[in-house]
Ligand binder design. Sequence first.
Ligand SMILES: Nc1ncnc2c1ncn2[C@@H]1O[C@H](COP(=O)(O)OP(=O)(O)OP(=O)(O)O)[C@@H](O)[C@H]1O
Ligand SMILES: [Mg+2]
Length: 260
Amino acid sequence: MDDFLCSLRGLSVHYGRDAALKSVDLDIVRGERLAIIGESGSGKSTLARALAGLLPDRARVAGDITWPALGRAPLPGRDFGFVFQDPGTSLNPVLAIGEQVAEAARQHLGMGWQQAYARAEELLERVRIPQPAHTMRAFPHQLSGGQRQRVAIAAAISAKPALLIADEATSALDVVVQAEIVSLLDGLVREEGMTLLFITHDIALASGFVDRVAVFRTGELVEAGPVRLVLSSPSNSYTAALIASHRDLSTPPLVAEAAP
Ligand SMILES: Nc1ncnc2c1ncn2[C@@H]1O[C@H](COP(=O)(O)OP(=O)(O)OP(=O)(O)O)[C@@H](O)[C@H]1O
Ligand SMILES: [Mg+2]
């Protein structure tokens, strides 16, 4: 279906003898905000890396990953952007911020450096970096963790990708900064009409702003559905336990406030 940006069919990934993903069927609908939820080791990053073509060589992959809405294989940076838990992983320590944010625009949008730099400065402003012109010349170590994550987001969306994959992008940050980054992501995907794959172990964090959740346990997709439905009547006992572990979520007001 053309509305599916990405479709996984029978996707299994093994590292050595251990299965990290077990025959997963999942569609990512164009324009949706989909959360991938599950505890540590449940296969969330493996799923994200598989669809981004970022699995290590030793991983054995079976099944299909297709991109129906694109009708071709995706180009990293152009069709999807990736934000990692640790911005140190996505930012180059020896390159100035401006160059890193401009790079994808230059490479994929056919812009010259001057135009790409102008776009980078504009993007830094959009991710609410104070003094963007000054920050363009700074290096990652000169910024706070929250600011580095904002820069990583700006770099990931530089070439206007259809999909933004955020893998525990807020987990290393304190709660206040975490809430700011979530609100930033929420605003950006709405304004740009991007699809968001928001990966987290924190169902409470995701439930406030995603449309749909997919719950994973030890490599298996145990349940997927609209966030309100899954929160109010989980069909799987593991999901119910995850929700119960967040007492805030099991109280009616927060469930009622969750996104449709
Ligand atoms: N490069 C790798 N080599 C070997 N095993 C790996 C590798 N990456 C992940 N695994 C294993 O695959 C399983 C799933 O890991 P994955 O990183 O996908 O989980 P996760 O849900 O992202 O966990 P976390 O919340 O801790 O990030 C785990 O058992 C993990 O140990
Ligand atoms: Mg992970």
